[in-house]
Design a protein around this ligand. Structure first.
Ligand SMILES: Nc1ncnc2c1ncn2[C@@H]1O[C@H](COP(=O)(O)OP(=O)(O)OP(=O)(O)O)[C@@H](O)[C@H]1O
Length: 364
């Protein structure tokens, strides 16, 4: 992957009548990267991808591919093939004919077509099904045909719209590995739209998080997970311990924030320098809070809360608590740790955390 932008979205807006579905958005897609676009239903992910594919024209702004404006370039003149969840294979054609299709459309001679199709059938491990009708393949095999059909023209960029969402969990994970390996080996830019945090975070070099047609954050998975920019991103990632208030004091090592649930010290944020009186919102992830039935002996941030209930999540459990001013707190702990505590519903528990376990949301 390089830092050279292959695609640039500049002030791009898509309106349907008076409804603004996307934008304005500004972002770049780097050459050779695996970029995932994620967000909840209706946030504009597919519309963004369709604009890049040429299936929708932007209402405003400019999209550039390799430096050239492509707003009005028809789909068939751009090298931006797309793989959908439905795959859109031709049901009346064989695997070979499906893979060969776009080479035929480009007028490539028969001998070369055959050689390129054979290479891709082999690469996607579907040679043995070459003469079979695609209607008679399993979901995973059809996925491989769809990928071979898109990649046989060796495009610079491949667009994927929820390609794995119809597969069962096991096959999904297997196809994630196929996709990641393929992308790395080929060095082709992948733009991958998904609802799924685990898909986006396990495969992508960078993730774009969208909400209501706008970009909330763009960055690598670790950055986004450790340092969400906005309340939306924090909530989207399931980090539910969110405190909002006003800065009541600042020194070189911490910022004191006064909230309806108490006053807390938070490590200063380089992305958002704060002064007394400013509004501030911070998050503490559930796995970074400590629980105890007695007041903690350290001088960490603390608040008293009562137990609402317990939720089992495999090897850990999430304890739901409620503190002053109805603040909801979630603490994620191992079963061993929880065995030491009284967590009957209604029991009083002390919740504490270190100032550096909290993160100030710079976008709030
Ligand atoms: N052709 C259209 N006419 C009118 N509104 C549209 C059209 N296409 C999309 N929209 C609206 O634009 C918004 C964004 O849609 P889009 O399909 O891009 O969302 P999405 O994030 O991909 O959602 P999902 O994950 O459910 O597919 C939605 O509110 C949708 O209803």
């Amino acid at each position: 992957m390089t830092n050279t932008p292959l695609v640039v979205f500049e002030n791009v807006v898509k309106r349907y009548g008076t409804f603004s579905a996307v934008g304005p958005i500004d972002f770049e897609i780097r050459k050779g990267e695996f970029l995932a676009i994620m967000g909840s239903s209706g946030c504009g992910k597919t519309t963004t991808l369709r604009m890049l594919a040429g299936l929708e024209a932007p209402s405003d702004g400019e999209i550039r591919l390799a430096g050239k404006r492509i707003n009005d370039l028809p789909t068939w003149q751009r090298d931006t093939p797309m793989v959908w969840q439905s795959l859109a294979l031709f049901p009346f054609l064989t695997v070979r004919e499906n893979v060969e299709f776009s080479l035929r459309m480009r007028g490539i001679a028969k001998a070369e077509r055959q050689q390129r199709v054979d290479k891709w059938l082999e690469r996607m491990q579907i040679t043995e099904f070459a003469e079979r009708n695609v209607a008679h393949l399993s979901g995973g095999q059809r996925q491989r045909v769809a990928l071979a059909r898109s990649l046989v023209t060796e495009p610079e960029i491949l667009l994927l719209d929820e390609p794995l969402s119809a597969l069962d969990a096991h096959l999904k994970v297997r196809m994630q590995t196929v996709l990641s390996n393929l992308q790395r080996e080929l060095g082709i830019t992948f733009v991958y739209v998904t609802h799924s945090q685990s898909e986006a975070f396990s495969m992508a070099d960078r993730v774009v998080i969208m909400s209501r047609g706008r970009i909330e954050q763009i960055g690598n998975p670790q950055e986004i997970y450790r340092a969400p920019r906005t309340r939306f991103v924090a909530e989207f990632l399931g980090s539910s311990n969110i405190f909002a208030g006003n800065v009541s004091g600042v020194d070189s090592t911490s910022v004191r924030i006064s909230t309806p649930s108490g006053e807390f010290d938070v490590a200063p944020s380089q992305a958002k320098p704060l002064s007394k009186g400013d509004k501030a919102t911070f998050v503490v992830s559930g796995d970074r809070v400590n629980l105890s039935n007695r007041p903690p002996s350290n001088d960490y941030n603390r608040l008293e809360a009562s137990v609402v209930g317990e939720e089992f999540v495999g090897a850990t459990a999430v304890i739901h608590l409620e503190g002053m001013a109805q603040i909801e707190i979630k603490a994620q702990k191992s079963h061993d740790e929880l065995d030491q505590l009284n967590l009957e519903p209604g029991a009083k528990v002390w919740v504490s955390w270190r100032p550096d376990a909290a993160h100030i949301l710079p976008g709030e």
